[in-house]
Design a protein around this ligand. Structure first.
Ligand code: PXG
Length: 457
C-alpha cells in the first residue's frame, strides 16, 4: 500500500502522470504542486499552504468547495442508480428533471437538451448537429464553422479546430471546413477606434468572411459570449447584436459556447442573457455541477430541434455517459444552491465590488493598462506603456512572472499573454475580495520591480 503521508507525490507524478497543456520536462524540473483539499474559496496544498482560488478551479466551482449538499446528492443517487445509459429507448429521472429545468432557465426557445461529459464533447455535438441540420434541410454544402482567433472551445479535434489557438492547430487540431475571424478584443486590436465602433468593425469581419467563403458553404458561427481562456475578452456592447443580425441575414446558425459564462458567471444566468445573444445552439458545462462531477449539455432552439426530431431520422451520435444520473443529480442540487443563495445576482453585485476595489488599488499603477470585467469574470492587462496600450517585447513573460508571484503570495490567478485573468467562486465574500485585491496588488508591485530593474539596465 502507498502511505499517503510518506509519499513523494511530485516524484511519483513525474514518473507516471501526463498533464494537460504541459511541457513535462520543465514541469519535472520545477516540481508539481499537490492540492490536497479545499473549502469555500480556499485550496490547501501538501506543504501546508493556503491559496485563495481566484479561478474557481478552471472557471467552474461556482458554489465553492466543500458543499456537503452536492456530496450528499451524489451519494444518494449512486446508492439508488449509479449508472444507466440513455440509449435504446431508456431514460432516468435526474436526466429528465435536469433537461426540463435547463429548458426553464435557458434563453427563450432553447428547450431541448443533449447531455455529454465535457465542454469539448458538447462543442463537438453542437458542430455535428449544425451539419446534420443543414444536410437534413437539403443544404449539405453548408459545413464550414467560423470561430475566432483566441477562441477556446476545447481539446477534441473538432473543438480545437473551431477554437482559434494557433499552437493547437499547428500540433494536431487543424481540420478542413473551419475558418477564424477577428475577436472583439478592443484592448489589443482596437487601435485608434472607440470601443463601440470597434465592436461593429469586429462583427463585420464575420460578415466579410461569410461573403468570402459563401453563405451556401457555412453551417455556423461559434463564439463564447466572453472569451475566457483567450484572456477574458469582453466584447463592446455593439458586437453581439450585430452578430445576431449577420447570422440571421446570411442563414447561418449561431452557436453560443456558454461553457465558462453559463450559470451566473456574468451576473446573468447565461452570457447570452447579458449580451442579448440569440443562439440557435448553446453549449454548457463547468459550473453546471460546480465542477464536482463532469457534465456538459447542448441546448437546441426549437427551430433546430424540430428539424432534428421530425426530419433527421436517427442521429448517429452519443456517449456512454450521456445523461449520467449521478452528474445530473449533482447538477440539480447545484442549481438549487445557485437559486436559493441568489448566486447570479450575487455575481453581479460582488463583481461590481471587486472591480471597484481593483480600480482603487491598481487603476493608476504604471504597469496596468486596463481593468475589465462583467459579473465575476475579469482581467487586468499588464502593459509596457499605459498610454498607448503597448505590449511587452516578449509576450507572456511578464504575465508568467506575475502569476508565479501570485501563487507564492497565496492567490491563484491565470496569466493569458500579459493579462491576469480571474473568475473566483460566486460565493466569494467581501472580505475575501479584499484579500484577493491585496494579494493581486502585492504581486503586480513585485512584478513591476523586476520590470523596472530590467528597464534600468
Ligand atoms: N468551451 C469553452 C468556452 C471552454 O472554456 C471548453 C469549451 C472545453 O471544455 P472541456 O470540459 O472539454 O475542457 C472550455 C474549457 C484555461 C482553460 O486555461 C480553459 C478551459 C479548459 C482548460 C483550461 O483557461 N476551458
Amino acid at each position: 500500500m502507498l502511505d499517503d503521508l510518506k509519499m513523494d507525490w511530485p516524484a511519483l507524478d513525474a514518473a507516471h502522470h501526463l498533464h494537460p497543456f504541459t511541457d513535462h520536462k520543465s514541469l519535472h524540473k520545477a516540481g508539481v504542486r499537490v492540492i490536497r483539499s479545499a473549502q469555500g474559496v480556499y485550496l490547501y496544498d501538501n506543504k501546508g499552504n493556503r491559496l485563495l482560488d481566484g479561478m474557481a478551479g478552471l472557471w467552474c466551482v461556482a458554489a465553492g468547495y466543500g458543499r456537503a449538499e452536492l456530496v450528499e446528492a451524489a451519494a444518494a443517487q449512486m446508492a439508488k442508480l449509479p449508472y444507466y445509459n440513455t440509449f435504446f429507448k431508456t431514460t432516468n429521472e435526474p436526466a429528465v428533471k435536469l433537461a426540463a429545468r435547463l429548458a426553464h432557465i435557458a434563453p427563450r426557445g432553447l428547450s431541448h437538451v443533449f447531455f455529454a461529459c465535457s465542454g469539448s464533447e458538447a462543442v463537438d455535438t453542437a458542430i455535428r448537429t449544425a451539419r446534420v441540420y443543414w444536410q437534413t434541410r437539403g443544404k449539405p454544402a453548408k459545413r464550414i464553422i467560423i470561430g475566432r482567433e483566441y477562441g477556446y472551445h476545447g481539446s477534441t479535434m473538432l473543438a480545437a479546430a473551431a477554437g482559434g489557438m494557433v499552437d493547437m492547430h499547428r500540433q494536431a487540431g487543424d481540420l478542413p471546413d473551419f475558418a477564424h475571424v477577428l475577436p472583439p478584443y478592443w484592448y489589443e486590436k482596437g487601435g485608434q477606434m472607440g470601443e463601440s465602433e470597434f465592436g461593429l468593425y469586429a462583427a463585420r469581419q464575420l460578415e466579410a468572411k461569410i461573403l468570402e467563403l459563401g453563405a451556401e458553404n457555412i453551417a455556423a458561427f461559434i463564439g463564447e459570449p466572453v472569451q475566457g481562456a483567450g484572456g477574458v475578452i469582453i466584447p463592446p456592447s455593439t458586437y453581439w447584436p450585430e452578430v445576431n443580425r449577420i447570422c440571421k441575414a446570411h442563414d447561418i446558425l449561431l452557436i453560443a459556447d456558454e461553457v465558462i459564462c453559463g450559470f451566473g458567471r456574468t451576473g446573468r444566468m447565461f452570457g447570452s442573457d447579458y449580451f442579448g445573444i440569440e443562439p440557435d445552439i448553446m453549449t454548457m458545462a463547468k459550473a453546471m455541477t460546480s465542477g464536482y462531477v463532469p457534465l456538459s449539455a447542448v441546448m437546441l432552439h426549437d427551430r433546430v430541434a424540430e428539424v432534428m426530431i421530425d426530419e433527421a431520422g436517427e442521429y448517429y451520435h452519443g456517449f456512454t455517459y450521456s445523461g449520467h444520473p449521478v452528474s445530473c443529480a449533482v447538477a440539480l442540487k447545484n442549481l438549487d444552491i445557485i437559486e436559493s443563495e441568489g448566486l447570479v445576482a450575487r455575481a453581479d453585485m460582488m463583481g461590481e465590488i471587486l472591480r471597484g476595489k481593483l480600480n482603487i488599488a491598481l487603476a493608476d499603477h504604471p504597469m496596468v493598462g486596463e481593468i475589465r470585467g462583467v459579473g465575476l469574470i475579469g482581467a487586468i492587462e499588464l502593459t509596457a506603456d499605459k498610454r498607448t496600450r503597448k505590449p511587452f517585447a516578449k509576450i507572456g513573460r511578464v504575465g508568467t512572472i506575475c502569476r508565479d508571484f501570485c501563487i507564492e503570495n497565496g492567490l491563484v490567478m491565470r496569466a493569458v499573454r500579459d493579462g491576469m485573468v480571474f473568475a473566483p467562486p460566486l460565493i466569494i465574500s467581501e472580505s475575501e475580495i479584499d484579500e484577493m485585491v491585496a494579494l493581486a496588488k502585492k504581486s503586480i508591485d513585485q512584478t513591476y520591480e523586476i520590470v523596472k530593474s530590467e528597464m534600468a539596465l
